[in-house]
Design a binder for this molecule. Sequence first.
Ligand code: NAG
Length: 149
Amino acid sequence: MVHATSSLLLLSLALLAPCLSAKQCLLTGKWTNDLGSNMTIGAVNNRGEFMGSYLTAVTATSNEIRVSPLQGTLNNINKKSQPTFGFTVNWKFSESTTVFTGQCFVDKNGKEVLKTMWLLRSNVDDIGDDWKATRVGNNIFTRLRTLKE
Ligand SMILES: *[C@@H]1O[C@H](CO)[C@@H](O)[C@H](O)[C@H]1NC(C)=O
């Protein structure tokens, strides 16, 4: 009897496992990253396009930080549960542009995490300064939970 029960338990776990691993990672919502920057991503339409806003915690300039719009696309061609995406941030307080690319993962605790890399292009006055105008980095985003939620 004990044996039958544990077999049943194993069977149900085996049936459940694919569902757990296939948990969908959704891009829409509020995210915060390892630097304390926050972003909000709106609804993703059926072409995979989305808009949002980015509030950075850091800047390469001395300008006052302002919320900046972002625009991107999610690759949903095969409706993967952990899709790739990219977006561009058009900074509203500096003449710079950042592109992010990344993948939306569900980690082993069932938590969604965005693993991204970015390129930041800063405006330079002279083509001779082009060589130093692009920075590269990476950021890890997790869902922003406010105390009320
Ligand atoms: C991001 O949101 C958190 C929680 O609301 C807040 O404490 C933090 O100051 C925000 N970061 C920025 C750069 O505003």
